[in-house]
Ligand binder design. Structure first.
Ligand SMILES: [Zn+2]
Length: 229
């Protein structure tokens, strides 16, 4: 097995996606230096913070947190590119685990019944092979023991939010998410919607409205992995 692992490393060297250096055997996904330097976004109060204030005028989201500060020009941006476009689903699971460990310390998951990933349109999911928000949620589930339930679906194929700005994002996210018929055992529950990057909050707000449209007694919280200030 050792020989196979060595051969694999020789043929497909494992590189740190942030600095590009060769990963040591003990390093998983990121090199130790870049792991320590992760641009953490500090959320001290899950029930009143900058993210929530952006979401409040468009949705009834009770609690929100995030893990990383997102900057398009930072080399850490490669993490998002890798798990969204380069098939690195394991990276998303790992980041979901780290994000959940941090959020657990702030009590974010207290009272939450399930994690609900922001859905991808089936066509995009087919091309990517997975939904990155679901991979993040799986990582969070491993830490918290919470179930991941796919209660939302994306009904229309539109431009990715990352290609749009401001008002255009709001319009683009409008009316494209719907909840499935909520099974009886999930009615009146508290859900944390999981997404990769929050910018204006248009996607999270649209997903929260879709869930509450299907179940007015649902309580909604939000957990984007990153927040783009
Ligand atoms: Zn590195």
């Amino acid at each position: 097995m050792r020989l196979i692992a060595d051969l694999k490393d020789l043929l497909l060297p494992r590189l740190c996606p942030v600095c590009g250096k060769l990963l040591m055997e003990s390093e998983d996904v990121l090199c130790a230096f870049c792991a320590i330097g992760l641009p953490r976004y500090s959320v001290s109060n899950c029930e009143d913070n900058t993210l929530l204030r952006m979401l409040w005028n468009r949705s009834d989201i009770r609690r929100a947190t995030t893990f990383l500060s997102y900057n398009h020009n930072s080399p850490y941006h490669n993490l998002i590119i890798d798990f969204k476009f380069h098939g690195k689903r394991e990276l998303a699971v790992k980041l979901g685990r780290w994000a959940a460990l941090e959020a657990t310390r702030h009590g974010f998951f207290e009272g939450i019944d399930a994690l609900v990933p922001v859905p991808l349109h089936w066509w995009r999911r087919l091309g990517r092979g997975y939904n990155q928000a679901e991979m993040l949620a799986q990582g969070m589930a491993e830490v918290t023991g919470l179930p991941v339930v796919n209660l939302l679906k994306r009904t229309k194929y539109r431009k990715p939010q990352s290609t749009l700005k401001g008002e255009a994002r709001l319009k683009n996210a409008e009316g494209i998410y719907e909840a499935i018929t909520i099974p009886a055992e999930w009615q009146g529950k508290t859900f944390a919607i999981v997404d990769d990057v929050m910018t204006t909050g248009a996607t999270l707000a649209a997903c929260a409205r879709a869930l509450q449209c299907a179940d007015k007694d649902a309580t909604i919280c939000a957990f984007p992995l990153c927040y783009a200030e």
